[in-house]
Each structure stands twice: as C-alpha cells, then as structure tokens.
Design a protein around this ligand. Structure first.
Ligand SMILES: Nc1ncnc2c1ncn2[C@@H]1O[C@H](COP(=O)(O)OP(=O)(O)O)[C@@H](O)[C@H]1O
Ligand SMILES: [Mg+2]
Length: 293
C-alpha cells in the first residue's frame, strides 16, 4: 500500500514525564490499528527497548549505525507483536554525546541514518524516543524528524519547561530543519481535577491552542506496572484506564497525522477496533498489510 512515512520525535528535556510510556503505547496502539511502526530508542537507559519486551544487546542499536560500521537494516528488530518493530538502545549510546560532538555531520547523522528506511516506505510511523536532555542526540533527533510530540505533566512551571523545548525546536527549524513542526503536546499522568492541574492545562491550551491533544493520559497503576513485564499496557490490560486513554490518543494522533490515502476517520474508533484486536501478545491481525522486520 502507498504510504508516506512520518517521523515523530517524542521529546522533553525533563525526565520522568512519560516520554517512553507514550512512545511504547502510541507505537503499540498504532500497530494494533495495522500501522507499520518502527520505534527508535535513542535513550541509553533503553526503557523503550525493555518496555517492548526486548533485552539490551551490544551492537544492536543506532550506535554502530551512526558510526558507519553497521547497516540500519541489521539493527531493526521485530517485537512479539505484528507491525511493531524497534531499533533498541544500549549503553554505548551514552558515549555518543561526547564521541559525536566533533563530527561535522553530527546534526544530520540520525536523519541520514534513517533516510533509507524512510525511503523504503516500509513503515507508516518512525517514533523516536529521545533522551532527557537538550544534547547532541536530541538535537540530531529534531533534525531527523517531521514533528515533535511533547508529553508534559500539568504541574507547577510546566510552561517554563515547554519554553525550553519549544526554544530548541525553533532553533533547529531556523537552522537545519525548516520543515520541523510542533506535532503536539499531550498531558500525561493526569491524576486529578485539582485546581493547579486544570489551571496549568488551561494555560497551556490557551497558549498552544490546537497543538494540545484533546486526549489526556490519566495516572494509572497498570501503566506503571507494564514496563516490568515488557508488555505495553495497551496489550497487557486493554480495558485499564491508561490503555483506553492511550488507544484514544493513538486514534487522535493517527487522524492528525495520516500516512495513507484513506482518511483515518473512515476507520473504526478505538472502542470498535478493540473487538477485532483483543490486544494480547501475538494477537495482531495476521491479515495486516504491513511487513514485519
Ligand atoms: N499514565 C501513567 N500512570 C502511571 N505511571 C506512569 C504513567 N506514565 C508514566 N508512568 C511512570 O512514570 C515513570 C516515568 O515515565 P517514563 O515514560 O519513563 O518517562 P520519561 O521517558 O519521560 O523519563 C515510569 O515509571 C512510568 O512507568
Ligand atoms: Mg524515557
């Protein structure tokens, strides 16, 4: 099928805001919707790798690809689920910040590495999980991507954190990647209707308007339990509040970021699709039209 690959970086210089959880569950929910997805784990902590049920393996990451000693096709790993693939991370990526800082092509290194994968048309979405810093790896991710999705918590000083990352985005847009877009902002770990929470959400929505996703992700214990089992919560416990929210979010995301000719709104909504996709490991649709690996 004709598809146009979209590359999205999920980024926020702050750690613990739900980046990896959003990467893992957005990717899982899109794959259950028969979208071919490649997750690229750029964080040396490798939480996305572990959260998708893989182990860290020396030499299986973007690191040797960026060094030019390995072909990118050789580091793309399938997961247990159809349509869901990953380039894992490993500790060596931690050295990449320093090691790559002297390279002339450091800003373009991830973009260049991903170019053959994008051009192959094998994937609808390539989702980059960024490390929690504004360093070289994250900047190179911003250069490589079409859009940046920012997960944030509705807490004190949320706007200050947003200003930092949107500032980076502006600088990359003004210099190396003029087509870089703010894909959107998604509230994660929303735990109450506390006044501070709603005030912060109102402030962010007033400032960023339509860029803020309508779907918000609630704080939910099943979401925090899933990583230790190496199964995305949307597959582990599809009925949990967290899974439902991520499925609704994936729906909204896909509608805003179509990769195929058929508009997403002609497809089934999450609650309808769920009947076809029970979401257990290996429970993907064998008729899915996407390639594996
Ligand atoms: N909606 C949620 N409900 C409960 N716990 C969550 C939720 N989202 C994330 N967490 C937990 O919060 C921690 C940080 O999330 P993570 O996605 O790793 O953030 P980041 O990648 O930004 O550092 C993890 O332990 C994760 O399981
Ligand atoms: Mg993370």
């Amino acid at each position: 099928m004709e598809r146009q690959t979209k590359i999205i970086a999920i980024a926020n210089q702050k750690g613990g805001v739900g980046k990896t959880t959003t990467v893992v569950n957005l990717a899982a929910a899109l794959s259950a919707r028969k979208r071919a997805v490649l997750v690229v784990d750029l964080d040396p902590q490798a939480h996305a790798t572990l959260g998708l049920g893989l182990e860290k393996q020396p030499g299986i990451s973007m690191y040797p690809v960026l060094l030019g000693v390995k072909d990118i096709a050789d580091v793309i790993q399938p997961t247990k689920w159809n349509n869901l693939n990953i380039i894992p991370s490993e500790v060596d990526l931690a050295g990449a910040e320093l090691e790559f800082s002297a390279r002339d092509d450091r800003l373009e290194m991830i973009k260049n590495a991903l170019a053959p994968v994008r051009e192959s048309g094998a994937f609808d979405y390539i989702i980059l999980d960024c490390p929690p810093s504004l360093g070289i790896v994250m900047t190179a991710a911003l250069v490589a991507t079409d859009g940046v999705l920012i997960p944030i918590q509705a807490e004190f000083l949320a706007m200050d954190g947003l200003a930092l990352i949107t500032g980076s985005l502006e600088r990359v847009r003004a210099s190396v990647n003029p087509s870089l877009e703010l894909n959107g902002i998604v509230f994660t770990m929303v735990n109450s209707v506390a006044k501070l929470t709603t005030d912060v959400m109102d402030e962010v929505r007033n400032h960023f308007g339509e860029k803020v996703y309508e779907t918000t992700i609630p704080r939910n214990v099943r979401v925090s339990e899933a990583p230790s089992m190496g199964v995305p919560v949307v597959f582990l416990d599809p009925r949990s509040k967290g899974a439902q929210a991520y499925k609704a979010f994936a729906w909204e995301f896909q509608a805003k970021n179509p990769t195929r000719l058929a508009p997403a709104h002609q497809e089934k909504k999450p609650d309808e699709a769920q009947r076809d996709h029970p979401g257990v490991p290996g429970g993907g649709d064998p008729a899915a039209d996407a390639p594996v690996g």
